[in-house]
Design a protein around this ligand. Sequence first.
Ligand code: NAD
Ligand code: MG
Length: 379
Amino acid sequence: MTRSITVLGSTGSIGVQTLDVARMHHIKVVALTANQRIDILEKQAREFQPALVAVRDAQAAAQLKIALADTDITVLSGEEGILTAARYETADTVVNAIVGVAGLLPTLEAVSAGKQLALANKETLVAGGVVVKEAIRQHGVKLYPVDSEHSAIFQCLQGCPEGALKKVILTASGGAFYGKTRQELANVTVQQALTHPNWSMGAKITIDSATLMNKGLEVIEASWLFDVPDEKIDVLVHRESIIHSMIQLQDNSVIAQLGVADMRIPIQYALTYPERCPSPVKELDLSEIATLTFGKPDTDTFECLAICREALRRGGLLPTVANAANEAAVQLFLEGKISFLQIPALVGQAVGQFDGNNSTVTLENILAADHETRQKILS
Ligand code: NAD
Ligand code: MG
């Protein structure tokens, strides 16, 4: 079980919930990082007394240094500051709750420093699966999934012998626009897309849920985590978000993990594995919920899921490209510069037009493909 953690992205939705779990279980917090929001970071630093905090934005870091001048806490800035936190010696586990591919280098830094990894940052695996898996093998560290579906699968797999897994069944809430036609999606607003039916999360992942890109990213994430190809990963729409995912075994027995929709369960399991500890999360009352429903995803209307599956099947740098195009497109949508349906259009175009898929998948090529794809969409 984890005794001390570094939380990368501590001011976000997963970061804050990770600190809830740390507080409840008296897990020592040795370093915290954020992009910009120093008001929350200062409060967290005063409560948890880490040795180190790092802020990517240099100006915000300088302000935080002044604000924390009465403490012994070291304040660092920039990418180097985040990487120093990722490898900080006294943590045994690094929780990566950064959003986007910005989490990739910190993940690799933590792994090379021999840290166990509690990974919420799915973009790390989507964009950099090859290099992350290799680094994990080389350094002999453990990766515990935090994404609720992948934690569910990981939980279901406990006690299953090697080779027993036949299929993974990822559940999907369907997001904000479940059941809508393309025509109805043409004029949806940012505010509508930011309203998730069951989960309260950061802006980017909420938009990804509305486009089904999130499920596409999760198919790729599952493929890396559980070593299963695209055709062995089913997606099932389950509006209630009570079953967090399932596995089907060779004998066609299906095992599911259920619970109320609260990320503190998967976060806690990643930190307390293999123990099962009390949690602040409410008990599940199935008699009150009464009905659980299931259906197929509408991949004609929500194209991102199909695009991600294609990127996974064709492999190479295409998952990196799909992810980068989506990050750029979501940024433009949130800034009110493109419409909702332009997100899948831009992701599809980027994957369809990418002509560098003969290059080997190295960290350098991943970062270059990410950068070029993003630039093309943002410029
Ligand atoms: P969020 O936007 O609420 O928080 C993101 C955090 O990352 C913040 O602390 C921010 O300061 C930091 N950050 C942002 N850009 C950065 C950069 N360039 N460099 C360094 N730090 C940066 O996001 P979130 O919803 O907490 O999601 C975090 C990750 O977890 C995402 O990959 C998301 O897909 C995944 N995830 C989230 C949930 C959820 O319930 N929120 C569930 C499953 C998976
Ligand atoms: Mg998820």
